[in-house]
Write a protein that binds this ligand. Structure first.
Ligand code: SME
Length: 163
């Protein structure tokens, strides 16, 4: 249990508060920042938007930028979660041949699709620095966050690209 049950509801309320205050990519960036700051086992948090058959990184928070700002859906753990429309948890990225490496520190990954009316519009991607960093509590918590982000991600595609 890495996201205690008692922490989930207050965190969802914080996400609601962010989405009331901000919109578009600014809101997504703030949600990434909130998650990374609140949960030490979420060192790098990103939100990808599905644009046709490409995942485009709309917002992220963490110590370093990733080179994977555009990922074709046929590639990576990110692509797998988008294709299958379900959460993918990889306990040890070094033993997953699908894994697209970003950071030397990363040992585990969770990718949670963001759905609108059953369609994948994007995903939350979190890289963890220890093997088995994520469990069912992360899945439940992040699926709750993802449910709130659907309309924001859908609309952020119409924004001008950020510098
Ligand atoms: N590791 C991901 C690529 C994105 S980075 O983690 C930010 C993957 O395998 O799809």
């Amino acid at each position: 249990m890495t996201v205690p049950h008692r922490a989930q509801a207050p965190a969802w309320l914080q996400v609601d508060a962010i989405l009331t205050r901000l919109s578009g990519r600014q809101a997504l960036k703030e949600v990434c920042r909130f998650l990374a700051e609140s949960f030490p086992h979420y060192p790098w948090v990103g939100v990808y938007r599905l644009d046709g058959t490409t995942l485009v990184l709309d917002a992220w928070e963490g110590p370093q930028a990733t080179e994977h700002t555009r990922i074709p859906v046929e590639r990576g753990i990110c692509g797998q979660a988008a294709r299958e429309g379900r959460t993918v948890i990889v306990d040890d990225v070094r033993s997953d041949p699908n894994y697209l490496a970003c950071f030397l520190e990363t040992r585990a990954e969770i990718v949670v699709p963001i759905l609108v009316e059953g369609r994948v519009v994007g995903e939350i991607d979190i890289d963890g620095n220890s093997v088995k960093a994520f469990d069912g509590s992360d899945r439940r918590f992040l699926e709750g966050v993802a449910a709130k982000l659907g309309p924001v991600v859908e609309r952020s595609g119409g924004e001008l690209p950020t510098a």
